[in-house]
Design a protein around this ligand. Structure first.
Ligand SMILES: C[S@@+](CC[C@H](N)C(=O)[O-])C[C@H]1O[C@@H](n2cnc3c(N)ncnc32)[C@H](O)[C@@H]1O
Length: 235
């Protein structure tokens, strides 16, 4: 069962504060290292944006680091779970990207940020965790500058006849085993599978983005639809 919408924020926060130290290891092992490629491809979509970037649901700052690696520019990295940000910043302590990354604890559905501030905004594997993604879309629209870009990386459901059931088995049976044994919190990885299963399909996400005011909305599947990159622009 998924948490009730009214409890989702506290549930998600508690889960991420418990798996913080092993979060990236499980991601990389569970995706056979493809998570780095997926983040690389996501950040390429904002390669022309040179100003301030907002990375939402920034976690341990993996995407923020890739944003700076591809093009040194300041990144505000916002997450609701302080443990994830603190651990990420600690791990990056002597990394050349660190001075460019500014962690902020906050809620992606209610941004403590001024209107029209950012050239681009990103969110990797975060939208699925929000009780009301459309509130986040409206907030991103508000804080982006005109012609600002919004890019989302999120899990999706493969549709290929042979691959889809195999992947589903892997997600529901192997990932909880792997995540549970490495983090001690199997439930967090049961939640991962259930949240992917119940996440809206790609067309619905695009419709919500358009309803929030975004234009040039489109999506691209990677790895047979295991993940999807969504792109949108503020007019
Ligand atoms: C699956 S992790 C993704 C982390 C990182 N973006 C990555 O690529 O690995 C999801 C993150 O979203 C954060 N999160 C969940 N709900 C949030 C909210 N309402 N506002 C901001 N961050 C949130 C969690 O704390 C967690 O760090």
């Amino acid at each position: 069962m998924l948490p009730d919408l009214s409890q989702k924020k506290s549930y998600v926060r508690e889960k991420f504060s418990r798996v913080t130290r092993r979060y990236d290891l499980v991601n990389t092992l569970g995706s056979f290292g493809l998570d780095h490629w997926w983040r690389y491809r996501t950040v390429r979509k904002i390669s022309t944006c040179s100003g301030l970037v907002l990375d939402l649901c920034a976690g341990t700052l993996t995407l923020a680091k890739e944003i700076v690696r591809q093009r040194p520019r300041p990144v505000v990295a916002l997450d609701i779970t302080a443990e994830m940000l603190v651990y990420g910043k600690f791990r990056l302590a002597r990394h050349p990207a660190s001075p460019f990354i500014f962690p902020v604890q906050g809620d992606a559905e209610n941004l403590p940020l001024q209107d029209g501030t950012f050239s681009a905004a990103t969110v990797a594997f975060g939208i699925r965790n929000l009780p009301h993604p459309e509130r986040c879309f409206a907030e991103v629209f508000r804080v982006l500058k005109p012609r600002g870009k919004f890019v989302i990386l999120e899990f999706s459901r493969p549709k290929a006849p042979l691959f889809a059931p195999l992947y589903r088995f892997y997600l529901f049976h192997f990932m909880p085993l792997l995540g549970g044994s490495l983090t001690g919190d199997r439930e967090a990885y049961d939640y991962l599978a259930r949240s992917i299963e119940s996440f809206p399909d790609q067309e619905e996400i695009c419709t919500k983005l358009e309803a929030s005011g975004f234009r040039e909305v489109n999506f691209e599947e990677l790895t047979l639809g295991v993940v999807t990159i969504y792109q949108a622009s503020k007019p």
